[in-house]
Design a binder for this molecule. Structure first.
Ligand code: PLP
Length: 463
């Protein structure tokens, strides 16, 4: 069986691949895990992964939006080995080490504007958690201690630790853990396909959506709101790009109310949209960037909260500090891997490559519009979603039972069996998500289109 992220579909590929009774797989339906077997991955090479039975799959999701430079990169393995043999571990609590210093300097050069202070974490949830803590502590130090609330968008995913989960806007991952941190307000996302009734013009729709943030700030009281968390392209809820003008308007609103704008780039950073950061792709200036995943292409675990200079300033007062830290934050091996990963992104000009190829990728996916099941194809860079609908003309979507039968019952498994690992996401409207390694080219786009065509055509017949 395979655990396919998000739908987390368990597929049976034979008893020889039995999942251990002890491995607690993440976001997995445990009944199916206990009674089935999972595809066990053993090797990766470029954009392909191989299971224990030797079957090859095109990695249409870069693992989990992570493996930007592809699998099996010896440069990254060697960077990790070299650093581990020199200095495997030391904290960055009061002391420092060279890989973290160098990486912080390099990131400060790559970020837009004066986002120059890098707080390392081990992943995305911790980066989001850190951003919210910084926002609260910053406003306390600057005479506005009531500014503590966060605003995020409906169906957004910002992580699973209690603070980050509170910002996450997906009921299905929150419900078991309520009450969460009670000071997060949700606003609509920018799914134009689903909200096109609001305005015929995407720009007008974007202004409306941004103004919902202003309204939420007004309702909560501007003196109580600390930060707005937004992904440049929202992943959960269906790969939702920003309408033109939206992010700039959000920036204006944040300036007006003195609220920090956090660009959560855990997915959108490091080339996914053809630039180091999505903020550059969409030309807006955040106060904080959170990132992880593609920072190391997954060869080691690392995240970062990158703050504007002025947000770090108040903590420099005599005897003051930002009372926050993580044992493995900025781990030397992970930092060395990140530096080597950035060397590859730069040396192979992957940002440029993605920008050049995004329309080719899009055009292959758009060929699927001739299928009755394909309602909308949206995204940017190497990050696209295909929304499946029951009725193209009316945009009618599927019931919960239909989604279960369609995605978990057939599409996920069939795509995987046909050699394409990607995500069939049923957490909102049904979406197939594609985010392949940034080294993919036309032959891989053609391979994806061909497998999707076969499987989605068959799915329609089965409906
Ligand atoms: N923020 C965003 C936008 C994400 O997509 C994710 C994970 O997918 C996170 C935060 C949480 O990151 P992690 O799983 O590394 O904690």
């Amino acid at each position: 069986m395979i655990l396919q992220a998000a739908t987390v579909t368990i597929q049976d590929f034979g008893a020889d691949n039995a999942v251990s009774d002890h491995l607690w797989m993440h976001f997995t339906r445990h009944a199916s895990q206990d009674t089935s077997t999972a595809a066990v991955m053993v090797r990766g090479d470029g954009p392909y992964i191989y299971d224990a039975a030797g079957r090859r799959y095109l990695d249409g999701l870069s693992g989990l939006f992570v493996v930007q430079v592809g699998h099996g990169r010896q440069e990254l393995a060697q960077a990790a080995a070299k650093q581990a043999s020199e200095l495997a571990y030391f904290p960055i609590w009061s002391y420092a080490h060279q890989p973290a210093i160098e990486l912080a300097e390099r990131l400060a050069d790559l970020t837009p504007g004066d986002l120059n202070r890098i707080f390392f974490t081990t992943g995305g949830s911790e980066a989001v958690e850190t951003a919210w803590k910084l926002a609260r502590a910053y406003f306390r130090r600057t005479g506005r201690p009531l500014k503590h609330k966060a605003i995020s968008r409906s169906m957004s995913y910002h992580g699973t630790s209690m603070g980050a989960l509170s910002i996450t806007g997906m009921p299905t991952v929150r419900n078991d853990f309520e009450p969460l941190v009670p000071t997060v307000v949700r606003v609509p996302n920018t799914n134009y396909y689903r909200r096109a009734d609001r305005a015929a013009d995407p720009f007008v729709f974007g202004q409306w959506a941004a103004d919902q943030i202003a309204e939420a700030i007004e309702q909560e009281g501007p003196d109580t709101v600390a930060a707005v968390f937004i992904e440049p392209i929202q992943n959960a809820g269906g790969c939702i790009p920003p309408p033109p003008g939206y992010l700039r308007r959000v920036r204006e609103i944040c300036d007006h109310y003195d609220v920090l704008l956090v660009s959560d780039e855990v997915i959108c950073g490091f080339g996914r949209l053809g630039s180091y950061f999505g903020a550059q792709r969409y030309d807006f200036q955040p106060d904080i960037i959170t990132c992880a995943k593609g920072l190391t292409s997954g060869y080691a675990q690392l995240g970062a909260m990158i703050a504007h200079e002025r947000l770090a300033e108040p903590f420099r007062a005599e005897r003051d500090w930002f009372a926050h830290g993580i044992t493995y934050g900025g781990h030397p091996v992970a930092a060395a891997v990140a530096l080597a990963n950035l060397d590859i992104i730069e040396g192979e000009q992957l940002n440029n490559y993605v920008r050049t190829n995004t329309n080719v990728f899009r055009s292959y996916l758009e060929r699927l519009y001739d299928l009755p099941l394909v309602g909308d194809i949206r995204g940017d860079g190497y990050f696209f979603g295909i929304e499946l609908v029951k009725d193209k003309a009316t945009r009618e979507t599927f019931s919960t039972e239909e989604k279960e039968a369609l995605l978990r019952g057939y599409v996920s498994k069939a795509l995987f069996e046909a050699g394409l690992y990607c995500r069939a996401d049923d957490r909102g409207d049904p979406i197939i998500q594609l985010a392949p390694p940034l080294i993919c080219g036309e032959t891989h786009f053609a391979e994806m289109e061909s497998i999707l065509r076969t499987v989605l055509s068959e799915a329609w017949k089965r409906l």
